[in-house]
Write a protein that binds this ligand. Structure first.
Ligand SMILES: [Zn+2]
Length: 459
């Protein structure tokens, strides 16, 4: 989770101070683990040997990578790994010009990407105006589906339709067919949509349906409920995404049940920049649905109207998470501020998933020039006592804390001082390993207590 600040100076933290984080859903595409998530009795996910929220000790933890972990709870439907992607495009007269050019170029870009990452997948093109045209993968003869064909006639045609080839084989013919698209005629949109859904249902996959006008040919609105019924009884692996131009908002309603039943999207494409609009709408991808959030954060901050649930989580829409400081004194006692968000959702194939997301902000102390000497000498004193007690681990933690201080001294002096710390660290390490006698380490630390940063030189 990206936080608005990487580190915060403690003096800046006051009552009402706002902290914000954002989560990029693209991360939900990362590989998942099937191991169990370990929870602390306080409700947080145990991600380090000490629970950051209650301090309880743990010997095993839930591993996160860069503050993120994805876990599969239950398996979804066994879908074949091969998917079919059908682009169902309105080529009626009104699509002429910018609209059809933008769609052609976006689809070509998508197929170019797809052939690299999923060459075994299948892509088919269906066009509709007064009649429908099954271009398919472009390798077989185009089939014209007369607009008088019934719901059942269309089912028969698709049942007999030849197998679509993988993109790795059909790529060139697809590109040629997309380039040769011409606009003309009226709008048999529901017939085209039904053809596309049937093609996808053979393997599972997605339909990208794009139109800019009300259906006025072929199957009527009464077929929408039949299509919804067919989608309900299939195994749930066909996703229908609908794209409309902004000036068609008035009739999106009649189609949108088809998208929502498949957890697909209904997107309206802006008219001021059609090219950009088509690109953005088609690029978005559904990554999960039925999303529920739970939050865990330390006392002293409060969640600002956090999102509790989301219907669909899609790529390219970051999820914002905001907190307000309610007790600055509690927060200032910590060296870093950690928050956790657990996102429970269903993956597109129905698997139940959990994403554990951690956000971290380092809290640093700014030390005024008159206090620098005191802080350094006090810390070195504590370190030398810890070494004397053979507590090398805490001694090194204390030294690490010294690194986080922001000394209000000249940049040169600060740099010079910070450069000496690794030497000190290796000195303590050698004490721990026995390479240098412990007493000698203590003696050096005691001698160093009286120094000012400006006294120290690495030369
Ligand atoms: Zn805990």
């Amino acid at each position: 989770m990206e936080s608005s600040e990487k580190e915060l100076t403690k003096s800046k933290i006051t009552q009402g101070f706002e902290l914000s984080f954002s989560f990029d859903p693209e991360k939900l595409k990362e590989p998942y683990s099937e191991r169990k998530i370990i929870y602390c009795s306080c409700g947080s996910v145990v991600t380090s040997s000490l629970c950051p929220f209650c301090g309880k000790k743990y010997s095993s933890v839930t591993p996160l990578r860069n503050g993120f972990g994805l876990f599969k709870l239950t398996s979804g439907k066994q879908t074949s790994d091969i998917k079919t992607h059908v682009y169902c495009i309105d080529i009626s007269g009104s699509m002429e010009g910018n609209r059809i050019y933008s769609i052609q170029s976006t689809i070509k870009k998508k197929i170019q990407e797809l052939v690299l990452v999923r060459p075994q997948d299948k892509v088919a093109i269906v066009l509709f105006e007064s009649d429908c045209f099954i271009i398919g993968d472009g390798m077989t003869k185009t089939i014209t589906v007369d607009s008088d064909s019934s719901f059942e006639d269309i089912q028969d045609i698709i049942n007999k339709y030849p197998t679509v080839h993988p993109i790795s084989e059909s790529f060139d013919s697809l590109m040629n067919k997309i380039d040769s698209i011409k606009t003309n005629g009226r709008t048999a949109s529901i017939s085209g949509l039904w053809i596309s859904i049937l093609l996808v249902m053979k393997t599972g996959g997605d339909v990208f349906f794009c139109t800019d006008g009300m259906q006025n040919k072929g199957l009527g609105i009464d077929s929408v409920s039949k299509i919804t019924q067919a989608l309900k009884s299939q195994h749930g692996s066909t996703v229908v995404n609908l794209f409309f131009f902004e000036d068609c908002d008035s009739f999106i309603g009649s189609f949108s049940s088809i998208a929502s039943i498949t957890k697909g999207r209904v997107s309206s494409i802006r008219l001021d920049n059609v090219k950009k609009g088509v690109d953005a709408a088609m690029k978005r991808e559904n990554l999960g649905y039925d999303v529920e959030f739970t939050y865990k954060h330390p006392k002293g901050i409060e969640l600002d109207k956090g999102i509790q649930s989301m219907h669909i989580v899609s790529s390219s829409e970051a999820i914002p998470i905001r907190y307000t400081v309610t007790n600055p004194d509690l927060i200032k006692k910590m060296s870093s501020l950690k928050v956790q968000v657990v996102m429970k959702y269903k993956a597109p194939n129905g698997s139940e998933m959990k994403a554990v997301i951690e956000g971290l902000i380092d809290l640093v102390e700014t030390v005024g020039s008159q206090d620098v000497k005191v802080v350094i000498s006090t810390t070195l004193n504590v370190i030398s006592q810890l070494v004397e007690q053979n507590n090398f681990k805490d001694a090194r933690d204390e030294l690490n804390r010294l690194k986080t201080y922001k000394f209000n001294i000249s940049a040169d002096e600060d740099k010079m001082f910070k450069e000496t710390l690794p030497y000190l660290e290796s000195f303590i390490e050698q004490g721990q390993s026995g390479a240098i006698p412990k007493d000698q380490v203590v003696a050096v630390l005691n001698n160093m207590r009286s120094i000012k940063p400006s006294d120290i030189s690495t030369k």
